[in-house]
Design a binder for this molecule. Structure first.
Ligand SMILES: *Cc1c(COP(=O)(O)O)cnc(C)c1O
Length: 390
């Protein structure tokens, strides 16, 4: 018997009306849909090298019968030492996405203004909307970089939270030192700046460390980092928030569920931190591949933003969903972008050299590639072909 929900059960309108999170397709679904076994999973920015072998060794000693530590004491101590930040200012989450939700829950009241950039990371607006905030977005420039004057103008309106992912997901660039300083100078005491550094480990040496830069200010801020990307622990769900002060950390901790980071995730993250050498060499290899893929994409006449991450955001010159189907038929999962003005863009993760070769071959065979090379020419002539203004 199918039941319908009684009208007497009111749904929270903020939550019931949320847009869906656009999650990348998983490997099992890709196998079913493509009929192929050899899937290159390039939609979710995971680490194609896996994770440090120390993680598996640490997990072998786990006792699943015991509750995990709700305060993540050992992991926070390890992070405190690595970052030079008091452990009381760090809150660990079931992925950094949980910390996005907890920060919103801790800070926002219905009707609050939350600002972010477009295109941006879906949860920065979904979690704000879930708490009854209204969300306004600053468009990236047509050349796929941050529009600093527009960000400054938005900050002058004193939103309760400004979410900024730098490096940007999905676009790829990071704020350089001068841009970051200009942004910070515009933050008023009424705004909590949430700097999402999920891709921090992939930035080039000439880019600023957001945590270090914010630490030298007296602003209110949260820096988000994660074990999902460079450390290769996406499936275990562990990320963290570093806050500007202890009171904010306590408020964020109060907004999470008590046993939010399971025992396996805690043990794995500690083991991963003990093997920074594995992470650094994995990231170094991925950055070399990034350069190779960027050059190959450019040689096809396609453009992508300067990426400081483990992915590229590419205009393929045709509907992104059709492009996704094209790649899937070759066993490659990419993420089609759907935001208005960007629905000809795909986001593709840097994989192993063999996976990247497969991607490049399928891109060369993509029907939109020629049309797009023409529109790239018009960008260089100063036209604004993508219509990404708000
Ligand atoms: C991947 C990602 C996250 C979420 O990471 P988890 O720690 O896996 O929850 C947060 N922010 C951005 C910008 C990301 O790309």
């Amino acid at each position: 018997m199918t039941k319908t929900l009684q009208p007497e059960i009111p749904l929270n309108p903020h939550v019931a009306g949320l847009p869906p999170y656009n999650a990348g397709m998983n490997i099992a679904a890709a196998r079913r849909q493509s009929g192929r076994q050899d899937i290159a999973a390039l939609a979710s920015n995971e680490n194609p090298h896996g994770c440090s072998p120390r993680v598996a060794a640490a997990l072998a000693n786990l006792d699943p019968s015991r509750y995990c530590d709700p305060a993540c004491t050992t992991l926070r101590a390890a992070l405190s030492q690595k970052l030079g930040v008091a452990g009381e200012r760090i809150v660990v989450g079931n992925g950094s996405e949980e910390m996005i939700a907890a920060v919103c829950r801790a800070v926002l009241s219905p009707g609050a203004l939350v600002a972010t950039v477009c295109p941006g990371f879906g949860l920065h607006d979904i979690e704000a909307l879930a708490n009854g905030a209204k969300v306004e977005k600053v468009a990236m420039r047509a050349d796929l970089n941050f529009d600093i004057p527009a960000i400054v103008a938005m900050l002058e309106r004193a939103p309760a939270i400004f979410f900024l992912s730098s490096p940007s997901n999905p676009v790829g660039p990071a704020l350089d030192r001068e841009s970051l300083e200009r942004v910070l100078a515009a933050v008023t005491p009424q705004t909590l700046l949430v700097l999402d550094e999920a891709y921090f480990e992939f930035i080039d040496n000439d880019m600023p460390d957001g945590l270090a830069t914010l630490s030298a200010t007296d602003l209110s801020w949260v820096v988000l980092r994660t074990f999902s990307k460079a450390y290769g622990l996406a499936g275990l769900r562990v990320g963290y928030a570093v806050t500007s002060d202890v009171r904010l950390a306590r408020a964020v901790a109060a907004a999470k569920t008590p046993f939010n980071v399971n025992a396996a995730a805690q043990v794995a993250a500690i083991a991963a931190l003990e093997d920074e050498a594995w992470m650094s060499s994995s990231v170094a290899a991925l950055k070399l591949e990034r350069t190779r893929v960027v050059d190959a994409v450019a040689a096809m006449g396609l453009s992508s933003a300067r990426s400081q991450t483990n992915f590229l955001f590419i205009d393929v010159g045709r509907d992104s969903l059709a492009a996704m189907e094209h790649f899937l038929s070759s066993g490659i999962i990419v993420k089609p972008w759907k935001e208005k003005g960007y629905d000809t863009f795909i986001r593709v993760t840097i994989g192993t050299p063999a996976e990247n070769d497969r991607f490049l071959e399928a891109l060369r065979a993509s029907p939109g590639a020629e049309a797009c090379a023409l529109s790239t020419l018009s960008i260089t002539k100063g036209a604004k072909p993508h219509g990404n203004e708000q």
